[in-house]
Write a protein that binds this ligand. Structure first.
Ligand SMILES: [Ca+2]
Length: 111
């Protein structure tokens, strides 16, 4: 059975790994992940490991998502607090690292 050009294209797209994080695009929550080794926020490298999750997302992906989607500064800080509290409770970051991420994002302006 021959595949149509459209089927071949869909198959190739699904199995591609655009960001090279080892998770194929069709299973990747963020197919265009920022896979930098450490977390950078607003041009500042915090020196905190940028962890890759099983769903193909990285910590930077989630931080950028909250930063981009927040309409107010309160929303931004609430979103970042929720993320970093979860990561700390999972043992992925220390309390000190949580504080660094929260203080750095607090300085960002929301447009
Ligand atoms: Ca990814």
């Amino acid at each position: 059975m021959a595949l149509s050009a459209g089927e071949v294209y869909a198959l190739v797209q699904a199995t591609l790994d655009s960001d090279g994080d080892g998770i194929p695009n069709d299973q990747d929550a963020f197919p265009d992940s920022d896979v930098s080794p450490t977390i950078t926020i607003g041009g500042v490298d915090l020196g905190i490991e940028n962890i890759l999750f099983d769903d193909g997302s990285t910590m930077i992906d989630w931080l950028d998502f909250v930063i981009d989607e927040s309409l107010t500064h309160d929303e931004l800080q609430t979103g970042i607090a929720a993320l970093t509290n979860e990561w700390k409770s999972e043992g992925l970051i220390s309390g000190k690292e949580k504080g660094v991420i929260q203080r750095t994002t607090a300085k960002l302006s929301v447009e």
